[in-house]
Design a binder for this molecule. Structure first.
Ligand code: NAD
Length: 327
């Protein structure tokens, strides 16, 4: 069965998904849309697709079996809502949205339709994460430390906190998600942040650094430290990671690359290389569409909603200087 795919948004992530979809046999990218027509045209020429400026026209004119939503975060809710209206399965890049009211409204519509959908939290497909989950099952975790250090986003659409949600929603959301998956549900967050150190970058409205105290329902505590105050190469020298402290043992997960276990008498290291996580998540979604069976998908809208609720609470906490209980 051939799956006719449409892409909304023709930026960086669209390029990554287009390259991946080219490797999946039964997929044909038939149409690509971007409000900047030339971007849509350039990508469309690459794969022999039609191009559009308006995604609604694209979805009205083409009989699509699946849509990839690769627009900035503040557009996701309206894109998803239209997919639900047209009954078209969708893969949306993370986050599911940035406005809690819209996110909830869509969840109600989606639950009624039970449309196949997936969200781009690719680390849930990471074999290292699965191994880590097994390792942590045997441990009594006491505390966890997660860090994501980077630079002011290189893409303009992500520089604006109003549009992209800021570093916690845009980037550290992956870590918050893994913490939920590996440690458990989060009970409360208290976030403090600093901003305004980069007045020379006039488009940038995000925070320069933030620290969040996380309390999990199972009694474990943790901290999340984020900064955009550094430089692009920092992710090479100091990749994002999560440390887990248990009794006389330190376990560290380094984003898709390695797990390190430190004990008084032993150091163990597990290395993971060359797993194409975008391929894993895209293939899972295509398999789900082909077989009309969501069980192929490891991450859907409702899961994404739980993660983004925590991220939004961090932002509110930072704004109001208050601890937020997660309801
Ligand atoms: N999973 C990951 O690790 C990961 C990594 C980076 C970005 N992302 C997410 O991917 C999404 C896109 O990010 P990006 O880096 O590709 O951004 P980008 O700015 O490169 O691309 C977004 C594109 O959407 C277009 N666009 C904006 N509004 C539109 C609309 N109404 N209709 C059609 N096109 C529209 C823009 O012109 C732009 O070309 C964001 O949600 C981001 O958080 C995910």
């Amino acid at each position: 069965m051939k799956i006719n795919v449409g892409i909304i948004g023709a930026g960086r992530m669209a390029a990554s998904h287009i390259n991946t979809l080219k490797k999946i046999d039964n997929v044909k990218i038939v149409s690509i849309c971007d409000i900047v027509e030339n971007k849509a045209k350039e990508k469309a020429l690459e794969v022999g697709a039609d191009f559009y400026k308006d995604y609604k026209i694209m979805m009205d004119k083409n009989k699509l079996d699946a849509v990839w939503i690769c627009t900035p975060a503040n557009i996701h809710s309206e894109n998803i809502e239209f997919c639900i209206k047209k009954d078209i399965p969708f893969f949306v890049e993370k986050p599911v949205g940035i406005n809690e009211i819209e996110i909830k409204k869509i969840a109600v519509k989606l639950a009624k339709k039970r449309l196949i959908n997936a969200v781009g939290y690719q680390l849930r497909y990471d074999p290292a994460v699965e191994n880590l989950k097994q390792i942590l099952k045997e441990e009594e975790i006491i505390f966890t430390i997660a860090e994501w250090f980077w630079t002011i986003p290189l893409v303009d659409s992500i520089k604006s906190k109003e549009n992209a949600g800021g570093q916690i929603i845009d980037q550290a959301t992956h870590l918050i998600d893994l913490l939920r998956y590996l440690v458990g549900d989060i009970k409360s967050v208290y976030t403090s942040g600093v901003k305004g150190f980069f007045p020379e970058d006039r488009i940038y409205t995000g925070d320069d650094a933030s620290g969040t105290i996380l309390t999990f329902k199972n009694g474990i505590s943790g901290v999340l430290v984020c900064t955009y105050a550094l430089f692009p190469e920092i992710s090479r020298y100091y990749p994002s990671h999560i440390k887990f402290i248990s009794k006389r043992k330190l376990i560290q997960y380094v984003n898709s690359q390695r797990i390190m276990i430190f004990k008084s008498d032993k150091y163990e290291e597990f290395l993971y290389k060359d797993v194409d996580l975008t391929y894993q998540e895209d293939k899972a979604f295509i398999d789900a569409v082909v077989n009309n069976n969501s069980s192929y998908i490891k991450y859907d809208y409702f899961e994404g909603m739980k993660t983004i609720k925590i991220c939004l609470a961090c932002n509110k906490s930072m704004e109001k200087n208050l601890k937020y209980n997660i309801k």
